[in-house]
Design a protein around this ligand. Structure first.
Ligand code: NAP
Ligand code: MG
Length: 405
């Protein structure tokens, strides 16, 4: 290898907490900085920094992604009441991911990293199934009433600035029961649709979308309608050019087909469906540490991260001076995803190529039986399999990477 590869435009780097932060810096030190000449717009979202800046640092990081278009984020602590006391925080700061997602108006997509020696629980899944969850509204922003006894449950809409309210009877209760009101907005559904079409086009994969519009003829039907409008207006031509498809089907049909498929699509889900199905997919593909997460805004800004958290339990052991066998795969892929995107946007194929080589080096390391504890448990039995510490795992990847460069 001669000189370092030059990354033309800056990358937004968002640092985080605990074991994820320890691995983050190892990845930079051992797998990135020796080979890349890159300018990083650094934002430290460690819990202490967020507290010191009254969480302004999180807002600045999100705005930097808007400015530069591409960023990568390390997992961060969302403090609970005990952590507020423990760290003497000014308040129970909100989830940084929630704040960043709100500023970018983005959707989170999750994708598994596939390796030959970890088989999905569903044997015909050959390619990753990417999942996009609409993370706004529905049952997650509802109102509920515990109905104590007989009475009328109604749905009422009062137009702003006057006009006759719309009033529908949901149920005339004869006894005790329950009642729930949910909503969504055209704007949020449209942003979700745009982010899904953007991601599918970026990955060059089919987009599946599914709701229950045979039963919910207004609410779910509105989701279907907005997706179809968006597709016809802005995406059909580009999808045709890439040879990819937009496919709508009922949610039950989608579930049945996903199980029988070989994977390789983006599955866009309503909020509840996405919550449930993403956990099913993560578990079926083997390990949370082999799952990446990408935040895509409707304007086409991208933020790459690992789907797992700060791995707090391993950090407790690390603080005691013990070595851990934590898995950095998803963190490595957060960086490579970001570098490949940066290279695409900058039209610098050598940067894209570096990202691909690092991914290949990481995958081959696992496929050759060099494993961290979490994947040792789920890998296909092989006499070569050996559980290693995090540093050894990274060094094995670095060795393969050097051979490829
Ligand atoms: P977690 O950090 O994802 O870890 C849960 C468990 O999963 C770990 O204890 C470990 O199991 C296993 N695991 C996860 N990632 C692993 C890796 N890279 N290598 C090996 N094993 C891994 O979730 P959590 O413990 O519920 O949350 C910890 C903190 O992370 C919380 O403060 C939470 O707010 C935050 N969090 C942040 C994000 C984010 O910023 N994106 C996402 C989720 C959670 P074993 O202990 O059995 O080995
Ligand atoms: Mg869930």
């Amino acid at each position: 290898m001669q000189s370092k590869i030059h990354v033309k435009s800056p990358i937004v780097e968002i640092d985080g907490d605990e074991m994820a932060r320890v691995m983050w810096h190892m990845v930079k030190e051992r797998l990135l900085m020796p080979y890349l000449d890159m300018k990083l717009e650094y934002y430290d979202l460690a819990l202490k920094k967020r507290d010191e800046t009254d969480d302004k640092i999180t807002v600045e990081a999100a705005n930097a992604i808007k400015k530069y278009g591409v960023g990568t984020k390390c997992a961060t602590i969302t403090p609970n009441k005990a952590q507020v006391r423990e760290h003497g925080l000014k308040q129970e700061w909100k989830s940084p991911n929630g704040t960043i997602r709100a500023i970018l108006d983005g959707t989170v997509f999750r994708s598994p990293i596939l390796v030959k020696n970890i088989l999905p629980s569903v044997k015909n899944w050959k390619k990753p199934i990417h999942i996009g969850r609409h993370a706004y509204g529905d049952v997650y922003k509802n109102q509920e009433i515990l109905v104590p006894g007989p009475g009328r449950g109604e749905l009422v809409f009062t137009p702003a600035g006057g006009g006759t309210p719309v009033r529908l009877t949901i149920q005339d209760f004869e006894g005790a029961g329950i009642l729930q009101g949910i909503h969504n907005t055209d704007q949020s559904i449209r942003s979700f649709a745009k982010s899904c079409f953007t991601y599918a086009l970026d990955q060059k994969i089919d987009l599946w979308f599914s709701v229950k519009d045979t039963i919910s003829k207004t609410y779910d039907a509105r989701f279907r309608q907005i997706f179809e409008e968006e597709y016809e207006r802005s995406w059909k031509k580009r999808f045709n050019e890439e040879g990819i498809n937009y496919f709508f089907t009922l949610i039950d049909d989608a579930v049945a087909r996903i199980i029988k498929s070989e994977g390789g699509m983006l599955w866009a889900c309503k909020n509840y469906d996405g919550d449930v199905m993403s956990d099913m997919l993560a578990s079926a593909y083997g390990s949370l540490a082999m799952m990446t997460s990408t935040l895509v805004s409707p304007e086409g800004y991208f933020e790459y991260e690992a789907a797992h958290g700060t791995v707090a339990r391993h950090y407790q052991r690390y603080l005691k001076g013990e070595k851990t066998s934590s898995n950095p795969m998803a963190i490595i892929f957060a960086w490579t995803g970001c570098l490949k995107k940066r290279g695409d946007l900058d039209k610098t194929p050598d940067v894209v190529e570096f990202g691909k080589k690092l991914e290949a080096a990481a995958i081959e390391t696992v496929e050759n039986g060099v494993l961290t504890g979490d994947i040792m448990r789920v890998a296909e039995p092989d006499p070569r399999n050996k559980q290693v510490y995090t540093e050894e795992f990274m060094d094995a990847i670095a060795e393969r990477l050097r051979e490829k460069l």
